[in-house]
Design a binder for this molecule. Sequence first.
Ligand code: SF4
Length: 378
Amino acid sequence: MGAPFGIYVHWPYCARICPYCDFNIYKHKGQPGDDLTAAIIQDLQHWRDMTGPRTVSSIHFGGGTPSLMRADHIEQIIDAASALWSFAGDIEIGLEANPADADAAKWALYGGAGINRLSVGVQSFDNQVLAFLGRDHDADQARRALDLAARNFPRVSADLIFGHRGQTLADWDADLDKALASGAGHISAYQLTIEAQTAFGKAAQRGDVKAVDGDDSAALYERSQTRLTDAGFEHYEVSNYARPGQESRHNKIYWLGGDYAGVGPGAHGRLTTPNGRIATVAHMTPAAYIKGAQDGPSLQERDVLSPADHGNEFVMMGLRLTGGFDEAAYRQISGQALNARAAADLCAMGLLARKGSRIAATELGRMLLDTITRELLS
Ligand code: SF4
């Protein structure tokens, strides 16, 4: 069946633009989405020309807010993909959902279209925090969305954000308690980051908004680890926890350095070819993307990564996973060795651990990944 191959579908529209968001997004103004769906399907055909026959192990609808999509559009895209490639028997087809879009009839149709994993963007169960984050749902809607997701999809993730200014360990415990009580088999706990070009970034420059300080953020991060692993979840990636068998198979393709097509405005893709590993970025605006898909892959960038860049990406991604990365595979990809002195020092400091030819960040090391990666690759 070959190496796992995924398809990422970016649906760029959002009902409201959250002040911390730096994704490629556009305000949803009731666009029907027919033209974008048709362009995504055309683009999949162009991608099939690039990939040749492969077995698709996952499809992920991200955004943006793909829960604004019509179920028939989702079905058309899945059907088009299944006509172009073969599907693995245990294919994961996931979609990111905003609790405000929870609707029994619509989600039943999503399930009928083939969606078998839903990531619910809960963010918090505290109404004040949700208001601060600019979300258009409240805690009751988040709880109802998780209940409805559990009734319609075999696999559910509850996605949370921590690290807003003033958040206490007790506040975070309350969110984690509710996520655990929901029965979701997967929990993502992302730290709030303030990016310069966002509304929060501008407010931060004026001194109006702050994220928590480093020590507080480390304490919140450690609390997630303790609480979720005590509850039987494996901390399999920096920000992700899963009960056995519930990991995101799609995201693991990214972290393990696998191949994936990226369709939809601004989507990224990676493809291993005899000429090297290709990194792609789709045209960013919906209009440019739709136009671009008419004649060939709708790409604004298509670069062959140098062996060094490919190796760097392999290490950066692999260190996010509990299992780390294979050093021999790194040498083969990059044609060079890691900084052995730095690797030994980082192991001695308890930030890295070796197991056979694999190197992984320890729980402590996961909080310092940027520094570790820089040292290892220096
Ligand atoms: S709903 Fe998600 S993608 Fe859309 S603006 Fe908010 S954080 Fe960004």
